[in-house]
Design a protein around this ligand. Structure first.
Ligand code: CO
Length: 300
């Protein structure tokens, strides 16, 4: 989305809080820490800093590329894994989205560097008038130079007011898309590098959901839960957030019905097809005439 100058302060603030939350979360990723505790702590940090989570914080491990959000009873303990932490903050509808990889295995530093260098290369070329294909090429060249594959069916994206994913699709390879970036457009660039095939599939058992329609539920029994879902303002939410107020059986049934009716959409974990290990690096940027401004810039 192209941002009005008058609204830029909100986007800069959302970006700053996103980056601070990512820094904070990275420090909590240590062997022996419960994954659920880290995610809860990062979500709470975002609120403490004066924003709301743009989406529930997620930590995807090893061959899980993205969208692993812990259930209320998640027992995962961080160990020798490659951990992708994806977090974002929302300020009055302005959105931030950023991610980083923490390598607890101790032997995947090249894979982590590949995603980081690819992001830096993309940021280097982004400016108004560049094509999306060219951004993808910068990412692809960097990742393949390391001997890894970019994940081709995962991409960066535009951000809009209360919209975490909107046009354009920012590819992680040269897909020859001739669409050009516009001045003052906000996009998230997120290269994924893998030792596998470079293709992900959607698994099942989603823990992340989002309201997708303003329609009322036909079923009276799910209306109370839908009311709560509406309070998230169409930002993605975690199933476990609903469990603080409603019993598990009701939540599971309501989400099932609402998804069938197209009122709610689910985001299951995304798995690398060859079970390759995956790294990710992501920042939100504002496209400028002669370059870009990183909105999720960490102060240090
Ligand atoms: Co993103």
């Amino acid at each position: 989305m192209i941002i009005e100058e008058s609204n830029l302060q909100n986007w800069r603030k959302a970006g700053r809080i996103s980056a601070a939350a990512l820094d904070y979360g990275k420090k909590l990723i240590r062997k022996g820490s419960p994954l659920l505790e880290v995610c809860d702590a990062v979500d709470a940090k975002i609120v403490e800093l004066g924003a709301k989570p743009s989406f529930p914080s997620q930590i995807s491990l090893d061959h899980v590329a993205a969208h692993y959000c812990p259930a209320a009873d998640d027992r995962t303990i961080l160990d020798a894994q490659v951990c992708k932490l994806d977090v974002g903050a929302c300020v009055n509808g302005a959105m931030g989205d950023n991610a980083a990889t923490v390598d607890l295995s101790g032997n995947r530093s090249e894979l982590v560097a590949a995603a980081e260098k690819a992001l830096a290369a993309a940021i280097e070329v982004v400016k108004a008038g560049i094509t999306l294909g060219e951004v993808g090429r910068a990412i692809q060249e960097e990742i393949t130079a390391y001997g890894f594959s970019p994940i081709r069916n995962l991409s960066g994206h535009g951000l809009g007011k209360f919209e975490i994913h909107t046009k354009p699709t920012v590819p992680n390879f040269d897909n020859s898309d001739k669409t050009v970036l516009q001045e003052n457009e906000v996009i998230a660039i997120e290269p994924f590098a893998t030792t596998g095939k470079g293709v992900i599939y959607e698994s099942s058992n989603a823990e992340v959901f989002m309201q997708a329609s303003d329609r009322q539920a036909r079923d009276a029994s799910v209306r109370k839960i839908l009311e709560k879902i509406r309070s998230y303002e169409k930002l993605p939410f975690a199933k476990r957030w609903l469990l603080k107020e409603f019993p598990p059986v009701k939540v599971a049934l309501a989400l099932k019905i609402l998804e069938q009716q197209g009122i709610v959409q689910s985001f299951p974990p995304l798995i690398e097809e060859a079970r390759g290990i995956v790294s990710q690096s992501e920042k939100t940027v504002l496209v400028k005439k002669y370059g870009c401004e990183v909105l999720t810039q960490s102060p240090d």
